[in-house]
Ligand binder design. Structure first.
Ligand SMILES: NC(=O)c1ccc[n+]([C@@H]2O[C@H](COP(=O)([O-])OP(=O)(O)OC[C@H]3O[C@@H](n4cnc5c(N)ncnc54)[C@H](O)[C@@H]3O)[C@@H](O)[C@H]2O)c1
Length: 371
């Protein structure tokens, strides 16, 4: 494959994460061409120029459409707030670029559908930023489930909690706007849903409750503004194959910093995982003598591929940004036509559908089947 020309729109939390991944993917994996960091867009020209220098991009612009029109750009990272994803991703696909768009696809389901239609029409690779499925530990958990290490799975609990919105006096910003989506559902629940999809397949039915811990928040320049979405959600989920699951998400949970916990219960054992301790998992197998039964902690190691591409020593640990490097590598493989583990717009739309069904079930106070 010829050198891949990269465009990056947005340089906040996720923009930097994508930039690190594009910079590191060749050094870590070796088996891909070094991406060429061509064009970067931000909301103002000065910020764009500063970030381009820091991140190593050749050109900077305050007009993201100029980036998309750039013939040297082959793939566009969309790392802007949710409401901009549809317009930017669709424009990039229509210009013949591959797209790597942050989750969720879009606040409105109809927009997510338009994104998928654009991806299909373009024939280009369109992937979503569901980095947690890329953890080598998560890959191994999938292998264990496939091998029947804990028998037939019958119940799952999955939770995602952080505390960046736990302070009632934290400033109002775009994540509390209704235009960004439902709140805990499309900001958080989509991540556990990506794990459920990766490990077990799609969701078939849901019933949800949502809550607003705080009704308004202070504005940076004085005054207060009403919070327009819900910071916490609790959902009962029915997965394909009839597996029952509980999903909970809360971005106002004091003390929780990056918690995504999975508890998987099967007929012969259990598996526990917590993203705050992302370099380990616990396995309980109900065999052997009752006197020694208990959870076994397994530390991430080179045998959990592709941990080995980063570090030759077991137990030293990968970090959050490394998951993005793995995702970037999978994206490049997909662009090269090789088998790859990415969440495509096709799969992503199903995740969006689950989220909208959750919101609908909350408003209608009943189970919603997902067709
Ligand atoms: N995959 C993950 O683990 C993960 C984690 C956090 C956020 N996200 C997602 O990433 C996206 C961005 O979130 P964030 O936390 O990085 O936000 P952020 O506020 O830190 O960064 C967004 C950036 O986009 C820029 N921007 C806004 N409008 C723009 C425009 N028209 N042109 C160019 N730049 C523009 C902003 O100036 C800002 O720098 C969201 O969709 C969010 O859901 C994903």
């Amino acid at each position: 494959m010829k050198t891949l020309g990269v465009g990056l729109i947005g340089t906040g939390y996720m923009g930097k994460c994508h930039a690190l991944a594009w910079n590191a993917v060749k050094a870590v994996f070796g088996d891909v061409a070094r991406p060429r960091l061509v064009h970067l867009a931000e909301i103002d020209a000065q910020l764009a120029a500063a970030r381009a220098t820091e991140f190593g991009f050749e050109k900077a612009t305050a007009d993201w459409r100029a980036l998309i029109a750039d013939p040297d750009v082959d793939v566009v990272s969309v790392t802007t707030p949710n409401q901009f994803h549809p317009e930017m991703a669709i424009a990039a696909l229509e210009a013949g670029k591959h797209v790597w768009c942050e989750k969720p696809m879009a606040p409105a389901y109809a927009d997510a559908e338009r994104m998928l239609a654009a991806a299909r029409a373009s024939g280009r690779v369109a992937a979503l930023g569901y980095n947690y499925i890329q953890n080598p530990v998560m890959r191994h958990i999938r292998t264990l489930l496939d091998e029947g290490a804990i028998g037939a799975v019958n119940h799952i609990r999955v939770e995602m909690d952080e505390d960046f919105m736990a302070d009632p006096e934290a400033f109002f910003y775009w994540k509390s706007e209704g235009t960004s989506g439902y709140g805990a559902l499309d900001d958080f629940a989509v991540h556990p849903l990506s794990l459920l999809w990766y490990l077990f397949g799609h969701v078939e039915a849901v019933i949800a409750d949502m809550t607003k811990p705080y009704l308004d928040r202070p504005l940076q320049h004085g005054g207060r503004r009403a919070v327009e979405n819900h910071d916490a959600a609790s959902v009962l989920v029915r997965l394909s194959g009839g597996i029952s699951a509980v999903l909970m998400a809360n971005r106002a949970a004091w003390g929780r910093k990056g918690r995504i916990t999975l508890q998987i219960f099967g007929s012969k054992g259990s598996i526990l995982y917590d993203q705050e301790r992302m370099n380990e998992f616990e396995l309980y197998q109900a065999d052997g003598r009752a006197t020694e039964q208990g959870f076994r902690k397994v530390l991430a190691a080179p045998a959990h591929r592709p941990y080995d591409r980063f570090i030759p020593a077991p137990g030293h640990g990968l970090g959050f940004n490394d998951l993005k490097i793995i995702e970037c590598h999978e994206l490049i493989r997909a662009i090269s036509g090789e088998p790859a583990s990415i969440v495509t717009f096709e799969d992503g739309l199903r995740i969006e559908k689950s989220v909208h069904a959750m919101a609908e079930s909350f408003h209608q106070r009943r189970w919603i089947e997902i067709g």
